[in-house]
Design a protein around this ligand. Structure first.
Ligand code: ADP
Length: 596
């Protein structure tokens, strides 16, 4: 939650002098508080509620009644207590110090809170999101007299080994001239630059900017996302790719490997920044994330990956309204890093819990329920959230491109994919990785079902693969998918007739499909070599399987039997190829040569 000096002063003024801005509580129902006569109330305004100053947001206004969702536990509030309007929407502080930190759903820093409040968040606590005392070395890139606009970069801070943090003019400043610029160590609230706008007003630019979380940050233009987000996970990169700026959803029945998939993406994907929103999952699952994320190391540099990560933690026992806000807090932070020209991946776990928070607030507001009790606007809210993903040309100068990829986990009750949250998510996200508990039970990991999953980006990535990997690759990928679906049909037939009644060509399909499943799709996250596979190696692995298949199919077509057209050394190679180190890929060339 922002505690910008600007805002602190607003709040003090309100409490002391303004008679107009406060109303009186007339009803309390869990996280919903109704206040009477809250003058100047606007939808989305933030208010301080009760003696403890709990943070609430106006979500409905009816006559002289304002309905607030309160982000903290409302126990102890009573009718007659005061509600003071802060007059600004729910906003977050954006600036150096976000990376490597853990926040709650309204961006209160959990580590700092733990120092004062122990394991529980004290009510009404006002701790700034970004540490005030720390100095950051600011290197300016603009000069006095220079014209600047919203989104322009005025300087950089080397925040850590991963990220050069761009300090930007807030997007809502239209035009101005630099009249002062610093070149020294600064605290986040210090003046980095002074700007005079066209009206002659001076505007202080510090290292922090505030942004209302429910409003997407503006961009110059949206681009077609075409570059794959390389994850090193073979089934994802090869069969169901996601692009930088794309959207994906992943349903996660318990034990299906959802956490491991998320860790693998956080660890290996070639995004610059990862924002992880733990939204309403059980406390112990979030603890896993909180304990394990800081331990993950960047495989390339050995540095802790938490340095490029922002964690938002909102567990199921925290107030439901804060859960509703947490995904907006997360995506606003992600957009901020995107605006610097970085590629950002946001993971939300899980959007089902977020939707449940919407449902709970909806029912407390006595709205007409839609499907399965979810509010009628569930679909449009989900769409608006995923819509904030994209590859963009960023606002301002220098010209730069950034991307925001959104990966949302859904947890359909009982694994039922026809329920409203999953269905509405499928409508708006373009990749679906269907985690399958049956595969997990067979220890086939990652347990992504290749028949149920899809990616609508394959066309975009095909042209990238042709250009950057091999012109043959898209064709090989199509053959791979077609062999897998033929296997499925053959397995159905096998249930009715015996193996003996299959033709040699059909037996070949079964053998190749087994290679694809066991020696390509199955990938052990905990094996040093197997954990990550480069695109080049993925291509070589699939080429080996498919070329062997083609060679055998030709032999069979020429009248040889299935048994006669085996090359044991190739089979042996396929069984071991996932463990070929990335620096020894030439061994594939020899094998592929022998299949020509
Ligand atoms: P979930 O979060 O869906 O409940 P987890 O991600 O914790 O499930 O996975 C459960 C277990 O499955 C892990 O502890 C691990 O043993 C195994 N597992 C999942 N994915 C992989 C993988 N890619 N490689 C190896 N083992 C895996």
């Amino acid at each position: 939650m922002n505690q910008h000096p600007q805002k602190e002063s607003i709040s003090n003024k309100n409490e002391s002098s303004s008679q107009n801005n406060f109303g009186v509580i007339v009803k309390i129902a869990g996280p919903l508080v109704v206040a009477e006569n809250l003058a100047n109330a606007k939808l989305g305004d933030i208010c301080k509620v009760g003696k403890e100053g709990l943070i609430g947001e106006i979500i409905k206004i009816e006559g002289n009644l304002s309905y607030l969702q309160v982000y903290e536990d409302t126990a102890g509030l009573a009718p007659g207590d005061k509600v003071v309007n802060q007059g600004i929407p729910l906003s977050v502080e954006l600036g150096p110090g976000l990376l490597g930190n853990i926040f709650d759903g309204i961006l209160r820093p959990l580590n700092e809170i733990a120092k004062v409040g122990g394991i529980y968040i004290p009510k009404g606590l006002a701790i700034p999101s970004l540490i005030r005392e720390k100095f950051w070395n600011f290197e300016p890139v603009v000069k006095i007299g220079q014209k600047i606009h919203g989104g322009d970069i005025i300087g950089y801070i080397q925040e850590n080994a991963f990220i050069k943090h761009a300090i930007m003019v807030p997007p809502n400043i239209s035009e101005g001239e630099v009249i002062d610029i610093q070149k020294k160590s600064l605290k986040v609230t210090d003046q980095a630059a002074l700007i005079k706008n066209s009206l002659g007003e001076t505007i202080k630019i510090s290292l922090i900017q505030l942004w209302p979380v429910r409003q997407p940050r503006p961009v110059s233009k949206k681009l077609v996302p075409e570059i794959p987000l390389i994850t090193g996970q073979r089934i994802i990169d090869a069969l169901f790719p996601i692009v930088k700026g794309g959207t994906a959803s992943v349903p996660g029945p318990f034990g299906s490997g959802k956490t491991v998939v998320q860790h693998q993406l956080a660890k290996w994907s070639d995004a610059d920044v990862i924002v992880f929103v733990g939204c309403g999952e059980r406390g112990n699952e979030m603890t896993d994330v909180l304990e394990e994320f800081p331990r993950l190391k960047d495989p390339k540099t050995g540095r802790p990956l938490i340095e490029r990560t922002v964690l938002i933690a909102n567990t199921s026992n925290m107030p439901v309204a804060a859960r509703e806000a947490s995904i907006y807090t997360g995506i606003t932070i992600a957009e901020y890093f995107r605006d610097m020209g970085l590629s950002v991946a946001l993971m939300a776990d899980s959007t089902s819990r977020w939707a449940e928070a919407l449902r709970e607030m909806g029912s407390r507001l006595e709205e007409m329920p839609g499907e399965e009790g979810y509010p009628a606007y569930l679909g449009s809210r989900l769409a608006a959230f995923y819509e904030r993903a994209g590859a963009v040309e960023c606002l301002g100068s220098p010209k730069r491109q950034g991307s925001l990829t959104v990966i949302g986990a859904v947890s359909p009750p009982g694994g039922d994919l026809s329920e409203p949250v999953t269905q509405n998510t499928l409508r708006v996200s373009k990749v679906f990785w269907a985690l399958d508990d049956k595969l997990a039970a067979k220890r086939h990991f990652p347990a992504i079902n290749w028949l149920k999953s899809y990616s609508l980006y394959s066309e975009n990535t095909d042209s990238y693969f042709s250009k950057n990997i091999s012109p043959q690759y898209p064709k090989i990928l199509k053959q791979t998918m077609s062999i897998l679906s033929e296997e499925e049909k053959l397995l159905e037939i096998l249930k009715l007739v015996g193996f003996e009644s299959l033709s040699d060509a059909e037996r070949l399909i079964l053998q190749t499909a087994e290679f694809i499943r066991e020696d390509f799709l199955m990938q052990n996250a905990f094996d040093e070599i197997d954990s990550f596979t480069s695109l080049k190696k993925q291509y070589l692995m699939l080429s080996t399987i498919i070329n062997y298949h083609t060679w055998q199919a030709n032999q069979i077509a020429q009248g040889k039997s299935f048994q006669e057209c085996n090359k044991p050394e190739i089979k042996e190679f396929i069984k071991k190829m996932k463990f070929v180190p990335e620096n020894n890929l030439s061994v594939f060339e020899k094998i592929l040569e022998s299949l020509k």
